[in-house]
Design a protein around this ligand. Structure first.
Ligand SMILES: Cc1cc2nc3c(=O)[nH]c(=O)nc-3n(C[C@H](O)[C@H](O)[C@H](O)COP(=O)(O)OP(=O)(O)OC[C@H]3O[C@@H](n4cnc5c(N)ncnc54)[C@H](O)[C@@H]3O)c2cc1C
Length: 271
């Protein structure tokens, strides 16, 4: 298929803030391939597409017919065959996202029909506890894992630790809070780094994910604490968080996962 075919259609588009959105993309006349939660797809638009006003002016814009392609983790359940959902933040100085933020329902987009990625639960034993840590839109692959696999009778502990600047940047907050209230073994641990900007006092966790890990909040509600023998840890999003956590976790006895299957720390860097 030629890249220049805008082979998919924007379904729902929800702006959580002016700089974050949830985008549903529907293939036009072809089927979403089978994929594993945690994997990513590629979206693209021609450079001639408009940029949103709040973005930075582009100093050297690409030729209008050049395609701009970027990777995005899938946030929908792999059982969902009508659309793929993505959780995307605007990079004001970026190339593709200022164009994605101009899209409207019914517009056309390129969606690569092949899905890729190794950031999945494939090699994790079914009884292992899980801590899924993400900054910003680094939550997206975990939404796909949770929406696909979560079961009320699951014996493993599962904590989702989500870091953002403000409470209004905590995408999927209500869905995750509901699961937290409904399921004994599901723990949602949101944290914000700019509590001084909140309109009403923030009483939840504060600080970077590295601080949350050190404070013990990630496994505070588990029946026994996380250890490298019982727990796998996933890190996704901002590379500074990923590097910082890898180093802290190494000190706590957790090793980076290798293709051989050893190691409990799994990484996805967004840039
Ligand atoms: C496997 C994978 C999955 C990804 N999944 C998602 C996702 O689900 N949601 C999502 O919003 N993004 C995701 N990304 C990032 C995405 O591919 C783009 O890099 C991002 O949208 C910026 O594209 P751009 O063309 O606007 O910026 P570019 O012109 O490519 O500029 C990118 C530069 O902006 C800076 N930057 C600041 N904030 C970010 C940020 N949040 N992401 C990337 N770069 C940033 C970095 O310095 C980076 O080098 C993923 C990346 C990878 C590799």
């Amino acid at each position: 298929m030629a890249v220049k075919e805008l082979n998919a259609i924007i379904g729902e588009i929800t702006f959580l803030t002016p700089e974050t959105m949830i985008l549903r993309v529907i293939p036009d006349g072809w089927e979403i391939p089978d994929y594993t939660p945690g994997q990513f797809a590629i979206l693209g638009l021609p450079a001639g597409s408009p940029r949103i006003e709040i973005s930075d002016p582009e100093e050297n814009p690409p030729a209008p017919d050049k395609f701009i392609l970027r990777s995005y983790s899938i946030a929908s359940s792999s059982a969902e065959k009508e659309f793929l959902e993505f959780y995307i933040s605007l990079v004001r100085s970026g190339t593709l996202t200022p164009r994605l933020f101009c899209l409207k329902r019914g517009d056309r987009i390129f969606l690569r029909p092949k899905v890729s990625g190794m950031f999945t639960l494939n090699q994790i034993p079914a009884e292992s506890n899980l801590i899924l840590m993400g900054t910003g839109t680094g939550l997206a692959p975990y939404m796909s894992m949770i929406r696909t696999f979560i079961k009320p009778d699951d014996n493993r502990n599962l904590s989702v630790v989500h870091g953002a600047r403000h409470s209004w940047d905590l995408g999927y907050n209500s869905e995750l809070s509901t699961l937290n209230n409904m399921l004994d073994n599901f723990h949602y641990v949101p944290s914000i780094t700019r509590p001084e900007h909140e309109l009403t006092a923030w009483t939840g966790h504060q600080g970077y994910l590295q601080d949350i890990w050190k404070s013990g909040a990630a496994d505070a509600d588990w029946d026994s604490p996380a250890t490298p023998e019982t727990t796998h840890i996933f890190l996704c999003g901002n590379p500074a968080m990923v590097e910082g956590m890898v180093s802290i976790l190494a000190g706590d006895g957790y090793m980076e996962h290798k293709k051989s299957g050893s190691g409990q720390v799994h990484l996805e860097r967004y840039w």
